[in-house]
Each structure stands twice: as structure tokens, then as C-alpha cells.
Design a protein around this ligand. Structure first.
Ligand SMILES: Cc1cc2ncn([C@H]3O[C@H](COP(=O)(O)O)[C@@H](O)[C@H]3O)c2cc1C
Ligand SMILES: O=C(O)c1cccnc1
Length: 352
């Protein structure tokens, strides 16, 4: 059996009994029931994912950042040129990007992988070279990649997770770098949701209104030319997705199979989450939404995934920055359920 098929087969629901026991404990802690809001939701869901009523702090926190390029940049859909992708990869490896700063703060390791950069990337000992293809093809003329390339990129993500995350419990954040990838993510969302591109196309790295309308027209053209089948996640991914989107979807599926909570980032990581959910609906049970980005389609994606974002910081960067910011919040939720006293322990009177 293929690695993808094996991984899909291994995904089972979280332990709902452990979730129930966690909820009972949360309701007995010295606070009005539910008063810690989303922190309680996180603690309960982690109990289910880890399969224990008292979830444990992660032994290992990793931000997996995948880089890939997009043929569709030839249509003039980004404010920045394609060379920025490999330049930022080097910046990640040297520790100078936003994700490096936020991951360091959170005590997480950053892993940088080239799954599909178009040009050469300067050799660096820290770089994971797992390039499937030197950037996608321009999807206004035909599919971004073949179905086989999409499967290979998904499996590359699964393998990366297995190689890089060895300890348990673990916490994984996903991030990406790829000029043009908000266009691919918009096309993925349009394909799955059926919504008009005009409604869900945003400014990405900061294009003006005229260019945004052009970007929406490019997405519409891509859908007309490729006709992705919304019921077939692999078809959507291959026709209008991207290599880093595929890799992130693979990481999500790998996390669900291993029962590791996977923290989503912004718009692009959620395009990957939609692909993962389409291939394995149960994978959504292992996703945590860190923040809601400024991209207009992001809120729609979160709604489709049934996830509530922890933060709204007016961020629109990607790289896994929102996910890294959420790590300390998730750890705080674990400490709450483990360390707070119950009403009985503290001798505090309970309400009615
Ligand atoms: C210097 C720089 C650093 C970034 N880090 C993430 N992105 C973000 O912007 C890109 C997507 O936007 P668009 O679709 O408009 O090209 C992705 O690389 C994403 O990760 C960056 C973009 C730039 C320019
Ligand atoms: O939401 C994101 O992750 C995002 C938005 C714009 C550009 N890059 C990433």
C-alpha cells in the first residue's frame, strides 16, 4: 500500500471519552464553568487527541516551513518577484525571519524544506531538500502539477513529519513561503466552496485594487480551464494547488494519523487543511486554528473547517507565524487543566 493510503487508513477519531473526562474536570476547577472560554476548548480537545483525560505538555515543538514556487506568478498576481522565495529560504536558515523570532520565543524548532522552489537555493546544512518539482506550472493554461506529483508532494509532507518529529507528546505548526501562493490558495478555496473568486480574492503581499481584480479574473480563468472536481481533493490540489500546499496537507494527514495536534496558520495553510479534510474528513479533529488573517477568504475557510481561531492580530504574513504565536496559548491550556485546584481541593463553595 502507498504511504498516502497507509496514512489515510491510520486516521481514527480522537478519544471522546477522554474529552468527556477532561470536560468534567474543567467544570470542577475553581472558576465558573466555561469561564476560561477557548482555553477550555483547547484543553478538552487535546485530551481527546492525546487519548488521556489530562493532556501533557509537548516534549517537542516544531514549526515546519515549506517553500514552493508558483507558475501563475507570470500573470502578475503578486507585489513581489519570484526570487524572493529562495531569498527568504536563506533568511529562514539564518534565523532572521519573523517565524524564527516567534518560534524562538515559543521554544520551538524551525525546520525549513524546499519542496518546490523554482530557482537554485544556496546550499545550507540546515535546509531539507525534498524538491518534487521546480515550481508548479502556470495553472491558467493547464494543471499546476500532475496527479502523481501531487501524491508525491503529499507523501513528502508525511515523511518530513515522521523524520522531524520524534518525541511525544509533540506540537506541530505549519507554515510556508512561496510568492504567488495566495492566488493558488484562493483557487483552492473557490474550487471547494463554489464561491465567486471576486468575493474571496485578497491583496496577498499588498497589491492594489486594480491588481486584486486582475488576480480574481486569473483565478476564474484557472477554474474554467481546469474544472477541478470539488469532491476529489487530489484533483483540486493537482490542478490549482501548489507543492508547499500539498506538503502541508501531507503534514496534517501525518499528524492526524499520529494523533499529534497540528496548528494551522493563515490563508495558505488553511487551503492545505481543506485538501487534507477532503482526503480524510477526520483529520479536521486534529487541527487547531491559531489566528484569523486579514485575507478575506480566511474566515470562510475556518468556517468550512469548523474551527474557531484563537487570535485576531490583523496579521497577513504566513511562514507559520500565527501558529508559533499560538504555541504558548496551547501550553497555557494544558497547564490550566493540570495545575488548577478543584472546588473540593481548595474548599471553595460551588454555585448552583
Ligand atoms: C519578504 C516576504 C516575506 C514573506 N513571508 C511570507 N510571505 C507571504 O507572502 C507570499 C504570498 O503572497 P502573494 O500571493 O501576494 O505573493 C507567501 O510567500 C507568503 O508566505 C512573504 C512575502 C514577502 C514579500
Ligand atoms: O494569511 C496568510 O497566511 C497570508 C496572507 C497574505 C500573504 N501571505 C500569507
Amino acid at each position: 500500500m502507498s504511504l498516502l493510503a497507509q496514512t489515510l487508513e491510520k486516521i481514527t477519531p480522537p478519544d471522546y471519552n477522554c474529552e468527556e473526562l477532561a470536560q468534567q474536570r474543567l467544570d470542577n476547577l475553581t472558576k465558573p464553568p466555561g469561564s476560561l472560554g477557548v482555553l477550555e476548548d483547547i484543553a478538552r480537545r487535546l485530551a481527546g487527541m492525546q487519548g488521556t483525560p489530562l493532556p501533557r505538555l509537548p516534549q517537542e515543538k516544531v514549526s515546519l516551513v515549506l517553500a514552493g514556487d508558483h507558475g501563475v506568478v507570470a500573470e502578475g498576481v503578486s507585489a513581489f518577484p519570484q526570487e524572493v522565495t529562495p531569498q527568504m529560504v536563506l533568511n529562514f536558515l539564518r534565523g532572521g525571519a519573523a517565524i524564527n523570532v516567534l518560534a524562538r520565543r515559543a521554544g520551538a524548532r524551525v525546520v525549513v524544506a524546499d519542496i518546490g522552489v523554482a530557482g537554485p537555493v544556496i546550499a545550507h546544512e540546515g535546509l531539507v531538500n525534498c524538491r518534487v518539482k521546480a515550481g508548479t506550472d502556470n495553472f491558467v493554461h493547464g494543471p499546476a502539477m500532475s496527479r502523481q506529483e501531487a501524491v508525491t508532494a503529499l507523501e513528502t509532507g508525511i515523511t518530513l513529519l515522521k523524520q522531524q518529529v520524534k518525541q511525544r507528546p509533540a506540537l506541530v505548526g505549519i507554515g510556508e513561503m512561496g510568492i504567488g501562493n495566495t492566488t493558488a490558495s484562493t483557487a483552492v478555496l473557490a474550487a471547494f466552496s463554489g464561491l465567486p473568486a471576486e468575493q474571496i480574492t485578497g491583496r496577498g503581499t499588498g497589491i492594489d485594487e486594480t491588481r486584486r481584480q486582475h488576480k480574481a479574473a486569473v483565478v476564474e480563468r484557472a477554474l474554467k480551464v481546469n474544472r477541478p472536481d470539488a469532491r476529489d481533493g487530489l484533483d483540486v490540489l493537482a490542478k490549482v494547488g501548489g507543492l508547499e500546499i500539498a506538503g502541508m496537507a501531507g503534514i496534517i494527514l501525518g499528524c492526524a494519523a499520529e494523533k499529534i495536534p497540528v496548528v494551522l496558520d493563515g490563508f495558505i495553510s488553511c487551503a492545505a487543511a481543506l485538501v487534507a479534510r477532503s482526503l480524510a474528513p477526520l483529520s479536521a479533529a486534529y487541527m487547531l486554528a491559531s489566528h484569523r488573517s486579514q485575507e478575506p477568504g480566511h474566515a470562510i475557510m475556518l468556517e468550512m473547517l469548523g474551527l474557531k481561531p484563537m487570535l485576531q492580530m490583523a496579521m497577513r504574513l504566513g511562514e507559520g507565524t500565527g501558529a508559533a504565536l499560538a504555541f504558548p496559548i496551547i501550553e497555557a491550556a494544558i497547564c490550566i487543566i493540570n495545575e488548577m485546584a478543584t472546588f473540593a481541593e481548595a474548599g471553595v463553595s460551588q454555585g448552583e
